[in-house]
Design a protein around this ligand. Structure first.
Ligand SMILES: [Cu+2]
Length: 71
């Protein structure tokens, strides 16, 4: 399993959390999505088959264009 973090400055409320969580959740092999509204950090646990490019694309699909891979 891989844990990756993304900085998404556009997330600001519970609706954002739900939108990002649902969109990332459409990817197979994603175990956990956590969105921290204070730090604007999205943490994703996923299997080796999922790429950070796929996660970034999903976050952008949810409506948040600015995404930075933290680690
Ligand atoms: Cu919001």
């Amino acid at each position: 399993m891989v844990t990756q973090q993304y900085y998404v400055p556009g997330v600001s409320c519970a609706h954002c959390v739900r939108a990002v969580t649902e969109e990332i959740g459409t990817l197979s092999d994603v175990m956990r999505v956590d969105v921290n509204l204070d730090s604007k950090i999205v943490t994703v646990d996923h299997g080796d088959s999922v790429t950070s490019e796929q996660i970034v694309a999903a976050i952008q699909e949810a409506g948040y264009d600015q995404v930075t891979v933290v680690r």
